[in-house]
Design a binder for this molecule. Structure first.
Ligand code: FMN
Length: 189
């Protein structure tokens, strides 16, 4: 179900290219074992006709939730009442080699975060956190990701592009994967 045709054209037009250094933010919604929704912001690592990649810590709540329920929703929002893209899909873990490549493209700050951003670290007083951070900045090894660094690919099943229009009503263009093809529908914004 790779993204093709008009859906792919819109996606490539709306999202910044994978080599743009500033990565887009998106909201990633998951479902807990109790069926409660959960949501947080992550960075889009990259996208392709296969779907959307993001990276996280395999010990995180979202990673635990994805192990039991891989169904997700993603939301991208553009500033100024202009555009919104919402996606329903299924997330799967990517091979370590792929997530290692994504780690290499992250800034040194984000690489260090991948190493040190643990719940245990969060319990420490500010002075201790700053001292440990500083020590790692000077002598830590950022050359490889920590073993807990994980990457996910979200393969979409539905893509909904919302566009504002000051001259007319906002409108959604929705692509749904149905019987082996992408079906397009226009919906009220
Ligand atoms: C702008 C922004 C970008 C973020 N990017 C990521 C990211 O790419 N990966 C990640 O694991 N957490 C990222 N976070 C932190 C998450 O929002 C979240 O707090 C953390 O991953 C723990 O989420 P969880 O307990 O639901 O798993 C980001 C937060 C903000 C505000």
């Amino acid at each position: 179900m790779s993204i093709a045709g008009e859906a792919w054209e819109l996606l490539s037009d709306w999202l910044p290219g994978n080599h743009e250094p500033e990565r887009p933010q998106l909201q990633l919604a998951t479902v807990t074992d109790e069926g409660t929704p959960d949501v947080r912001t992550v960075l889009l690592t990259r996208f392709s006709p296969e779907g959307f990649w993001f990276n996280t810590d395999s010990r995180s709540r979202k990673a635990q939730q994805l192990r039991s329920t891989p169904a997700v929703a993603l939301l991208f929002l553009w500033p100024g009442f202009t555009r919104q893209l919402s996606v329903q899909g299924v997330a799967s873990v990517v091979p370590t080699s792929e997530s290692a490549e994504a780690y290499q493209r992250r800034s040194p700050y984000l690489q260090q975060l991948a190493w040190q951003n643990t719940n245990a670290f969060a319990q420490l007083p500010a002075s201790e956190r700053e001292a440990r951070w500083d020590a790692f900045t000077h002598s830590g090894d950022l050359s490889q990701p920590p073993p807990t660094w994980a990457g996910y690919l979200v393969r979409p099943e539905r893509l909904t592009f919302w566009e504002g229009n000051p001259a007319a009503a906002s409108r959604r263009t929705e692509f749904t994967w149905c019987a082996g093809e992408w079906r397009r529908t226009y919906l009220a914004g």
